[in-house]
Write a protein that binds this ligand. Structure first.
Ligand SMILES: C[S@@+](CC[C@H](N)C(=O)[O-])C[C@H]1O[C@@H](n2cnc3c(N)ncnc32)[C@H](O)[C@@H]1O
Length: 314
């Protein structure tokens, strides 16, 4: 079991402000309920965590929570596609920074610390991670201690990052901003904490251009994401805060397409061998209806989504 989250000065859990209406409902604002849902999804004992309990049969979710990058979803016994996504980000950093050793790097939505630890090991960056969910930060801290590695992790909302102006030479955000309803506020914070000449490398899920799609909205809701943006909306929000988008790379053939092969396989099995799948999931403590509902929502939305790596400079 991970440690209890450190109740340090950054463990304030401020409410999300921004584009959701923030109106009170049952005594809690819309942003508060969004935070609560994220916490329920990403904390191990959360009521919405079943899908991650399922993924952990295939993937090293004690370190990584991203969509991965691989032609095949391989078991973590033979290599982690999720670490491979971090390697794509590492390659982009290496190509843009004059040197990486000792460069202060902020990983936004750091999850369980795998990306910051891997980037530190591979590039020598001086990594700090921030994540909204105390459970993830507790696991990240434990992972850093186990590895004897220096990256530090703080609990907090990236839209109110507790760091000084210009504190970082680089920021990464790996499949994290998609969960944020107020992306502009997070981008403004990233711009503020980056030094002039610093880089943001973000991987994210976006919706394809075209009319809004109920399948995409249903997917975002089922997976506790904010409503998905198009690339144009994402790019405009980055440029509105003064960041310059230098490149956009499509990752989908190695992430979305792979994931859809798995959703196809799962739904095929659940359709033909429902009682067996239900029993297997129950043995793992997973709720068949909840898991199948989330997989179905993803399956229907994936063809309308793109997964991109955006590189932007300050
Ligand atoms: C899909 S996980 C990816 C985690 C990590 N980047 C990785 O690659 O393993 C998304 C993470 O973003 C975090 N997150 C969502 N909204 C956030 C916010 N406003 N501030 C900080 N972290 C946030 C979630 O708690 C979650 O850990």
């Amino acid at each position: 079991m991970p440690d209890e989250p450190d109740k340090g000065s950054t463990d304030r859990e401020p409410p999300v402000g921004g584009t959701t209406d923030g109106s009170a409902a049952g005594g809690r604002s819309v942003p508060d309920r969004h935070h609560e849902r994220l916490s329920e999804q990403f904390s191990d004992d959360g009521t919405r965590a079943d899908i991650w309990h399922g993924f952990r049969r295939l993937l090293p979710t004690a370190e990584y929570l991203n969509l991965g990058y691989s032609g095949r979803f391989q078991s973590h016994l033979v290599g982690s596609p999720q670490r491979r996504l971090v390697d794509q980000v590492g390659d982009a950093l290496e190509a843009r920074l004059a040197h990486t050793d000792g460069v202060p790097l902020l990983d936004v939505g750091c999850g369980r610390g795998g990306p910051a630890l891997h980037l530190h090991r591979r590039l020598g960056v001086d990594a700090t991670g921030i994540d909204l969910v105390p459970y993830n930060v507790a696991v990240a801290r434990r992972n850093a201690r186990t590895a004897g590695a220096p990256p530090s992790f703080v609990v907090g909302d990236a839209s109110r990052a507790p760091f000084a102006d210009g504190a970082f030479g680089a920021c990464t955000a790996i499949d994290a901003i998609v969960y944020v309803p107020h992306k502009g506020a997070v981008f403004a914070e990233i711009e503020r904490v980056l030094r002039p000449g610093g880089w943001l490398i973000a991987t994210d899920l976006l919706r394809r251009d075209g009319p809004e799609s109920p399948a995409v909205d249903a997917f975002a809701d089922a997976w506790d994401m904010a409503p998905l943006w198009t690339l144009e909306e994402y790019r405009r929000a980055l440029e509105d805060v003064g960041l310059t988008v230098e490149s956009v790379r499509e990752l989908g053939p190695n992430s979305i397409d792979t994931f859809r092969r798995w959703t196809t396989l799962y739904l095929g099995l659940a359709g033909r061998l429902g009682p067996l799948v239900r029993r297997l999931l129950a043995r793992w403590g997973l709720d068949f209806e909840r898991v199948t509902g989330q997989v179905q929502a993803a399956h229907e939305a994936l063809p309308r989504l793109r997964h991109v790596m955006v590189c932007a400079s300050r």
